[in-house]
Design a protein around this ligand. Structure first.
Ligand code: G3H
Ligand code: 13P
Ligand code: ZN
Length: 385
């Protein structure tokens, strides 16, 4: 089936009380693996390309400095990859822009084939956040595309998510934000944070999603509540990376217990990127340890050098630059490159499969009331008059 928007998938998670993971991808092999593992578990699927993922997939290896042109090219490539595997899948698949930086980045994603976008105005004063988000909602809903906004600021690795302080979301402001912007989902701040160093034994303030959900019910608002920065940072993977020469310190994630409680308190969409990065990095290190001849391979030896030079890093984008043709188009020219894509796919499936089961979205694909973007366009036209 054609890619769907976020709204029907969030509506099903809300109605049937399960958590829906949303998983970041930065390469064709990751998109393929995320879709395949969701199909295996008969789960609806949300794939996310962050603003920088679009830049990277646009060919900018220095992705932190990607231009709008890079992002436009990359958005089309991610959409192409997700359509290739998603349109023939037996489950509903959404392609969602994660942390859209501004109106232009959201427009580029929508024009490139994304079926849902996030506009992250969380670092702006409330009124400016509302204004920017409304502008994106107008453009997106006219095309049947859903929108996630953000209110409140997460702490953590925020250099590319536009803010440095942590302030929890005010539930009353969240209701006002839903009403003023018409967003389909709202990312809230309630104790999670991005990256692999979230602290030890993080406790979430689940009263916040509870209060927002309660007020939403009173006001007849049916949107989704989104938990960013929700990686569990599995200790076993970190230990394996460090045993293979990695230098990851002060790591810690959100426990599954806390995430399950958050789901029970009204969180629907749970964003995970870091866990995937960790598993893929571990797999590549393991590969080069087990097959030392690959360290001098003309095709992938450079990946080994980058892993060795960046022992404290775990973002596969840092290591995969020597095979951008594979990253961007999924081309696999020989068995050495095939071994790397296998590392990527297995890493994704290990982490995403675990979370599909833990969040409870397995078997839920048939419950989603899928609508085409045309139907969603009509829905918004009817409901926003
Ligand atoms: O929430 C942030 C995601 O992990 C995306 O990260 O901006 O480095 O692609 P990125
Ligand atoms: P993690 O860094 O915890 O995986 O968070 C990912 C995220 O929030 C993507 O938007
Ligand atoms: Zn995020």
């Amino acid at each position: 089936m054609a890619l769907v928007s976020l709204k029907p998938i969030i509506d099903a998670a809300n109605q049937y009380h399960y958590g829906q993971g949303a998983f970041n991808v930065n390469a064709v092999a990751q998109a393929k693996a995320v879709i395949e593992v969701h199909e295996m578990f008969r789960s609806p699927a949300i794939l996310q390309g962050a603003d920088l993922a679009n830049g990277f997939m646009g060919g900018c290896t220095d992705f932190v400095h990607a231009t709008l042109e890079d992002k436009k090219r990359g958005a089309k490539r991610i959409a192409e990859a997700v359509r290739t595997y998603g349109e023939n899948a037996s489950i509903p698949v959404v392609l969602h822009l994660d942390h859209g930086k501004d109106y232009e980045a959201c427009k580029a994603a929508i024009d490139g084939g994304y079926t849902s976008v996030m506009i992250d105005g969380s670092s702006l004063p409330f009124d400016q956040n509302v204004e920017l988000t409304r502008e994106v909602v107008r453009y997106a809903h006219q095309r049947g595309v859903s929108v996630e906004g953000e209110l409140g600021v997460l702490a953590g690795v925020e250099d590319h998510v536009f803010a440095a302080d942590s302030t929890y979301t005010n539930p009353l402001k969240a209701i006002e934000f839903f009403k003023k912007t018409g967003v389909d989902a709202l990312a809230i701040s309630y104790g999670t944070m991005h990256g692999a160093s979230k602290g030890k034994d993080v406790k979430l303030r689940c009263q916040i999603p509870s209060a927002i959900r309660e007020c939403m019910n009173h006001e007849g608002i049916t949107g989704g509540l989104v938990s960013h920065g929700s990686s569990t940072v599995p200790a076993y993977i970190v230990e394996e990376i460090n045993a293979l020469g990695g230098e990851l310190n002060n790591t810690g994630g959100i426990s599954m217990k806390e995430l399950k409680e958050a789901i029970a308190c009204g969180i629907n969409k749970i964003n995970v990127d870091t866990d995937i990065r960790l598993a893929v990095t571990r797999n590549m290190k393991e590969l080069f340890q087990a097959h030392s001849s690959l360290r001098t391979s003309g095709e992938v030896g450079e990946i080994y050098r980058l892993l060795e030079e960046n022992r404290e890093k775990f973002d596969p984008r840092v290591f995969l630059t020597p095979i951008m043709d594979t990253v961007m188009f999924g081309r696999i020219p020989n068995s050495d490159v095939a071994a790397i894509t296998d590392c990527i796919e297995r890493g994704v499936k290990e982490v995403v499969g675990t979370l599909i089961v833990q969040f409870g979205s397995y078997g839920k694909a048939p419950l989603v009331q899928c609508k085409t973007l045309e139907e969603m366009k009509e829905f918004y036209r009817e409901n926003e008059r």
